[in-house]
Design a binder for this molecule. Sequence first.
Ligand SMILES: CNCc1ccc(Oc2cccnc2)o1
Length: 382
Amino acid sequence: MAHYLSAAALVASAALTAAAPAAKGDFSIDQVSKGSFYKSGPLAMAKTYSKYAKHGAVMPENVSIAATAASTGSVSASPESYDESYLIPVSIGGTTFHLDLDTGSSDLWVFSTQQPASQRSGHTAYKQTGTKKSGYTWNISYGDGSGAKGDVYVDKVVVGGVTATSQAVEAATSVSSSFTSDTDNDGLIGAAFSSINTVSPQQQLTFFDNVKNSLSQKLFAARLRYHTAGTYDYGYIDSSKYSGSIHYVPVNTANGFWEFTASGVSGSSIADTGTTLLYIPDSNVDAYYANVDSASYDSSQGGYTFDCDESLPDWTVTIGSGSITVPGEYINFAPVSGNTCFGGIQSSDGIGFNIFGDIFLKATYTVFDQTQSSPRLGFAQG
Ligand SMILES: CNCc1ccc(Oc2cccnc2)o1
């Protein structure tokens, strides 16, 4: 869990130390005007003590602890049936909601008591504990045809011990039927870029954008797993969760997504934790299922299906200087009827870009990285 100490107290104590009369080997720390405080006082203090370590400055333990503890966190990512989506516990105004962390969208919305009781039956509903942003509304549609809309509040949101004290919380007044029927899911927490947030008249920041300056490193990392719980790490990379090296590629943020280029897969691709399957061009899909004897395109199911008992080949892709292999087992998504199963690899033709969704991401440790002058994605074999 993250812990916060008063930044002002920490900075003030340093300032008092600096006022002591100078002696050989002593050092002085320039006091900063209030206007130039870092967003994370403990982290600023830690940097100052580190800077002057060569002059004998010894970092007090409370600064070291605060600077470390205040800026990392990790939260469980639990799969729904067949890994359809992965839900994380999120505290909003002191109530815990189970939300779908979606790197393909940028709204944090929850079921709310403003919806008809029948529409929110079985869900945890937000009771508007925050401050209403009068006149603000939101309305979002997802790639699978689902959607939701409502109004906007500001409240305290905690994910894995990382806190956004004033997060825009989008409370639903109406959601589409597939959300109502998925009673495990209380809403979404978007983690794409805030440029595609749907709040009007003024777009709001994502949770990550609100907390990133307080993190040890401006990044979060997804370790989704096959048929078991994984994690999202905030502010640090956990080297126990992947093998080999993390290979980074540049991100194009023009469309608001974590958009990148994969070798051998034509067109742009997005890393999208909120999409269940792996959508790539027809040519790649046809080439994959050519090696699955019982596979065929079933227009009634809207995709490739095959015999559930057939052993599937792995799928390997090169991204930047690294390669990721998705085990064949992961590509058997779910039964559709009898002993016929639906493929985890399907066509992106008609979408406009490829979607590296959960079928792919659960084979990786993926780093959503804003530590550099421009955003980048890091992929390692999970
Ligand atoms: C399954 N439909 C409801 C639902 C759950 C999560 C989402 O959101 C999505 C859907 C597709 C792509 N990205 C986010 O919709």
